[in-house]
Design a protein. Structure first.
Length: 179
C-alpha cells in the first residue's frame, strides 16, 4: 500500500506510510506535464460509464481482494484492489505487454512498507476498464526489477478517485458510480 502527504507548494513528500510511498521533489505542474508527454495527449482523465452503477465481482485470496481489469483494451490481468495506494502500480511484465519501454516515464523513488527505497517509473495507462466502467489517462508506477513479487499490480486511487465507489468485502464486490 502507498500513501503520500505532499506539501502543495514544493511537491515534497512530508509524510508517508504503507507499502509504497512515492517520493518526489517535482512540482505538481512538472509532474502533470511529464504525464501528458507520456500519454501523448493531455493529462485529462475521462470516465466512461453508463448511467447508474457498475458492480464488479472481486476474488479474495488471503487478505487481499483482486479485480479483473483490462488495460489499454488488450491486456487482461488481476490487480489487487488497494484503496490505500495513491497510484495504480503495474509490474514490469505488464508494462512490457502494454508496450511501455523500461526507460519510459519519469523516474521516481518509492518507499516500501519495510522501509526499503526502490526506483520506478511514473507512466500513463491510456485506459483501465473494470466491467463496463473505464477511465483513461491513469497515472501508474512501474516498479523496477520484480519488487511486486508474484502480483501483476495494484489498482489504486489514481483510478478509483474517478468514481464514487464502495467496497463490500463481505459480498466481495466493488461498486462504481460516475462522479
Amino acid at each position: 500500500r502507498q500513501m503520500c502527504i505532499r506539501d502543495r507548494t514544493t511537491g515534497r513528500v512530508v509524510g508517508a506510510a504503507g507499502k509504497v510511498a512515492l517520493v518526489t521533489a517535482k512540482t505538481a505542474g512538472k509532474v502533470a506535464a511529464e504525464t501528458a508527454k507520456v500519454a501523448g495527449k493531455g493529462a485529462r482523465t475521462v470516465v466512461n460509464m453508463t448511467v447508474g452503477k457498475e458492480v464488479i465481482s472481486l476474488d479474495k485470496k488471503y487478505n487481499s481482494l483482486y479485480v479483473d481489469a483490462v488495460l489499454n483494451r488488450r491486456v487482461r490481468t488481476k490487480l489487487i484492489l488497494d484503496t490505500g495506494c495513491t497510484d495504480t502500480q503495474i509490474s514490469p511484465d505488464i508494462a512490457r505487454r502494454l508496450g511501455i519501454r523500461p526507460n519510459q516515464g519519469e523516474q521516481v523513488s518509492c518507499q516500501l512498507a519495510d522501509g526499503r527505497v526502490v526506483s520506478g517509473r511514473a507512466v500513463n495507462i491510456r485506459e483501465i476498464r473494470l466491467g463496463r466502467a473505464s477511465a483513461s489517462n491513469i497515472r501508474a508506477v512501474v516498479l523496477d526489477g520484480g519488487k511486486m513479487g508474484q502480483d501483476t499490480g495494484l489498482l489504486g486511487m489514481s483510478f478509483l478517485d474517478n468514481f464514487v465507489f464502495r467496497v463490500d468485502s463481505e459480498k466481495k464486490e466493488l461498486v462504481l458510480q460516475k462522479r
